[in-house]
Design a protein around this ligand. Structure first.
Ligand SMILES: CC(C)(COP(=O)(O)OP(=O)(O)OC[C@H]1O[C@@H](n2cnc3c(N)ncnc32)[C@H](O)[C@@H]1OP(=O)(O)O)[C@@H](O)C(=O)NCCC(=O)NCCS
Length: 186
């Protein structure tokens, strides 16, 4: 349709980006608005971040990409725990908080799912979300993931909270992706 404009997102492996960008994402990751929703809420030190970058070299189980919109880095997406035998992985996302709540996370996430199923030998994508992470819960539900729940699973900021287990298969994604892309068009 004429009024449908899709936001194009480009994914670049973090190892192929410049040093400045590689380290800028540490600031995004350490922002309280991001880390409060992660399983590890600690501030990541420069040294830990450097170690992460080294560990990503020749790593078949963890891939990290920077998401660019109009050539500007806006967020980070990861595939972790890539299990080549069972063809599954976990994925994660966080944005630079400057871009929160504008619909960008939904665009990036859906395009990353498309990217993973198109470029990696993956049949199932999983993601675990903390109970108080409302925007991520909404993001997964509207993207078409199935949902299960582990109650009172972890202590997070001194509270026992639930973890939501989301899963989507390649087969499901291929069936619903056109509808999802259309819903995201503006
Ligand atoms: C999760 C995240 C990627 C979402 O990105 P975003 O661009 O802010 O999200 P969107 O604007 O696409 O919104 C996603 C949904 O959440 C809703 N939402 C956004 N902010 C919200 C808020 N503060 N309260 C309630 N709902 C909210 C949106 O309305 C949208 O739902 P809808 O499509 O039904 O209207 C981003 O918030 C983020 O990086 N969070 C920190 C890291 C994180 O939690 N990662 C996921 C870990 S599993």
């Amino acid at each position: 349709m004429e009024n449908e404009i899709k936001i194009e997102i480009e994914f670049r492996n973090i190892l192929d980006t410049d040093r400045n960008t590689q380290f800028k994402i540490r600031d995004w990751r350490n922002h309280y608005g991001v880390r409060k929703y992660l399983f590890n809420t600690n501030i990541i030190t420069k040294e830990e971040h450097s170690n992460l970058l080294v560990s990503l070299k020749n790593n078949n189980e963890h891939l990290c990409f920077i998401a660019y919109k109009n050539n500007i880095p806006v967020g980070v997406v990861n595939t972790i725990k890539i299990d080549a035998i069972n063809k599954q992985c976990d994925i994660g996302i966080f944005l630079n908080t400057d871009y929160f709540f504008q619909g960008l996370g939904s665009h990036i996430y859906q395009q990353f799912i498309e990217y993973v199923f198109s470029n990696l030998a993956i049949e199932t994508i999983n993601c675990e979300v903390l109970d108080d992470n409302i925007s991520s819960l909404k993001l997964h539900r509207k993207t078409g993931f199935t949902e299960d729940i582990k109650r009172n699973e972890i202590i997070h900021y001194n509270n026992k909270i639930n973890i939501h287990l989301f899963e989507i298969s390649k087969q499901t994604w291929l069936t619903i992706r056109h509808k999802k892309n259309k819903q995201l068009s503006i």
